[in-house]
Design a protein around this ligand. Structure first.
Ligand code: 5GP
Length: 191
């Protein structure tokens, strides 16, 4: 998506060989008009698919997923980071390795909000190694929900989470795929 690629080039910063900072428009300050254009692009890319619900993960996916939910006219649920262990069986729980913090944390989704046979679109701001999306896929599998597609704003193609999900047959649509980036020069090459 050229609009997003241009914005990454003008307002994104290559923090290191593996981390791209886009907090000026995506995951701290948020450009909602850009989110709207991104959501419309996902609507075009996933046209013809049954989407009953959007599922994302706390925190930085929530803004994008909320706008997408408005465009798809479906409810949006975010998986919550949780400190407490599920004792009463009312939530689906999975463990996710955080790319940005390096830690493993538990995330939960209430069984009330994701149901058997529902067709779910997963949305997130970034795809790196795919841990966050694999965790959400696991939640959907536990619930008996169908993962219709995965919409990612920025995929870092050199980190291969996206490629392995495509190999497993998931319909993954990333709006910008960074093939390489150079922290010395700031140069970003898109796929
Ligand atoms: P993965 O789980 O695919 O390894 O990493 C994706 C998650 O880590 C996303 O939810 C995103 O919040 C965070 N993330 C991964 N790479 C980056 C990055 O380069 N910049 C930022 N800001 N977040 C990232």
């Amino acid at each position: 998506m050229k609009l997003l690629e241009d914005r990454i080039r003008t307002d994104g910063t290559v923090k290191s060989e593996s981390v791209l900072k886009v907090d000026a428009f995506l995951n701290h300050q948020m450009d909602v008009k850009l989110f709207m254009a991104m959501a419309e692009e996902w609507q075009r890319l996933f046209a013809g698919k049954q989407i009953d619900k959007i599922l994302t993960i706390e925190a930085s996916g929530i803004g994008i997923a909320a706008i997408a939910a408005s465009v798809f006219d479906v409810p949006v649920v975010f998986a919550k980071k949780s400190q407490s262990i599920n004792l009463d069986g009312t939530v689906y729980c999975t463990r996710i390795q955080s790319f940005t913090h390096g830690k493993v944390f538990d995330v939960i989704v209430s069984k009330k909000f994701i149901g058997e046979g529902e067709h779910v679109l997963l949305i997130d701001d970034f795809m790196a190694n795919g841990c966050a999306m694999n965790g959400l896929i696991e939640v959907c599998e536990h619930a008996g929900a169908v993962v219709e597609g995965i919409g990612i704003a920025i995929e870092k193609g050199f980190q291969h989470g996206g490629d392995s999900l495509r190999e497993r047959g998931y319909d993954l649509q990333s709006l910008a795929i960074v093939e390489s980036m150079d922290p010395e020069t700031g140069e970003i090459v898109f796929r």
